[in-house]
Design a protein around this ligand. Structure first.
Ligand SMILES: [Fe+2]
Length: 376
């Protein structure tokens, strides 16, 4: 940190300028007053200062550097702010606060199955190091397998709660995938299930999906998993204009039966704050009638088909049989999943599933790896 002198600080009408780490940096007075360390309650760790009730706009009467803090005496208020220079350095460029959970994604391909991150149920329940490694794999690769699951409903609930809360969808807290006599969903038949992300018709589809294989003795029914990030990154290179259409156009998804009619608009390819591919919303069986201008569809449909074909290529798809006692946990906005058809009369196949939330998973990860802003 560069030592700053009082003479180097320039007070303006709406903010002040001072050298921070060898650069001149400007800070708005509202920002300086609102983010004064004393604005936050150390117990609740929330802001307790109320900027709406300042009598007048904040203006510095004087400012100087004392030790490792900028000290401001405010003109219209009996208050002194001591702002750590380290904070000023971190926020000088208007970039997002460093996030330990914002890890680069590692795309994977169809040959990834032997390298999938694997942990036992006991490990992630009891060992914080394993738990951290599991969540890191979820953020970086979007998928992991938990082995040696208890053969109970509670085992899945316990596992989900390591990351966050069980996140209900419009069909409840949990779902059971087995053949149903009157199916309301392709998953509840023995038919093949094409690659998809779940519940695209929800306004905010759940971010993490857990599928606990409780029984699997049928012939067929191999599991298919593919990394949407890997496929979409490649598609971006091959067909930039098609990529742009799929990443910028909201398209309709639906889920309708006797007593529900869910609808939402989503982009097929999802980008993060860096402009990098962060995931997909993808489901042929729940894509609604495309109520977009027909001329626009002259371009959109070929792009959708080119990308859909690419995504189904063997290059991207792992094919394996999830065994009873295993739970696959994956990012429902990134990983597409499907299933080959199976012979229902050949044995039992039962998956119990639920969801939790991407944001809660990242929150748990941050709490494991960092001390946040309120280090004591
Ligand atoms: Fe699914």
């Amino acid at each position: 940190m560069t030592q700053t002198t009082e003479a180097a600080i320039s007070l303006g009408e709406k903010g002040l300028t001072l050298p921070v780490s060898n650069r001149s940096a400007y800070f708005n007075y509202y920002w300086l007053r609102d983010n004064d360390p004393t604005s936050f309650n150390a117990d609740t760790r929330e802001r307790s200062f109320d900027i709406f009730h300042l009598a007048e706009a904040p203006v510095a009467k004087s400012a100087s550097v004392e030790g490792d803090a900028l000290v401001i005496d405010w003109a219209n208020e009996d208050h002194i702010t001591r702002m750590p220079l380290a904070w000023l350095d971190a926020y000088a460029d208007g970039t997002r606060r460093p996030d330990p959970a914002d890890l680069p994604r590692r795309p994977w391909y169809g040959d990834h199955y032997p390298n999938v991150a694997r942990f036992t149920h006991t490990e992630v329940m009891s060992d914080p190091t394993k738990r951290r490694a599991w969540l890191e794999a979820m953020i970086v690769e979007g998928l992991a397998v938990i082995k040696d699951m208890p053969d109970s409903d509670e085992g899945l609930t316990e596992l989900a709660r390591v990351m966050g809360q069980v996140r209900p969808t419009f069909f409840g807290d949990y779902f059971d995938v087995k053949t149903h006599i009157n199916p309301t969903n392709t998953a509840y038949t023995a038919s093949a299930l094409e690659l998809h992300t779940d519940t695209p018709a929800e306004e905010h589809a759940p971010g993490i999906q857990l599928l606990h294989m409780r029984a699997n003795t049928v012939e067929g029914g191999r599991n298919l998993f593919g990394d949407g990030v890997a496929a979409a990154n490649d598609y971006r290179e091959i067909d930039p204009e098609g990529f742009r259409l799929l990443a910028e156009t909201d398209v309709p998804f639906f889920c309708e039966h006797d007593d529900y009619d869910m609808r939402s608009w989503q982009r097929i390819i999802e980008l993060d704050q860096h402009g990098e591919v962060s995931g997909l919303t993808f489901s042929q069986h729940m894509l609604d009638l495309m109520d977009l201008p027909q001329e626009f569809l002259d371009d959109w449909y070929p792009a959708f088909c080119r990308f859909g074909k690419l995504l189904q290529d063997d290059k991207y798809i792992m094919r394996f049989t999830l065994q009873a006692g295993e739970c696959i946990v994956f990012d429902n906005h990134r990983i597409v999943h499907g299933r080959a058809g199976y012979t229902a009369s050949s044995g039992d196949r039962y998956i119990r599933g639920c969801y939790t939330d991407r944001a809660e998973m990242r929150s748990t990860y941050r709490a494991l790896v960092s001390e946040g802003r309120f280090k004591r």
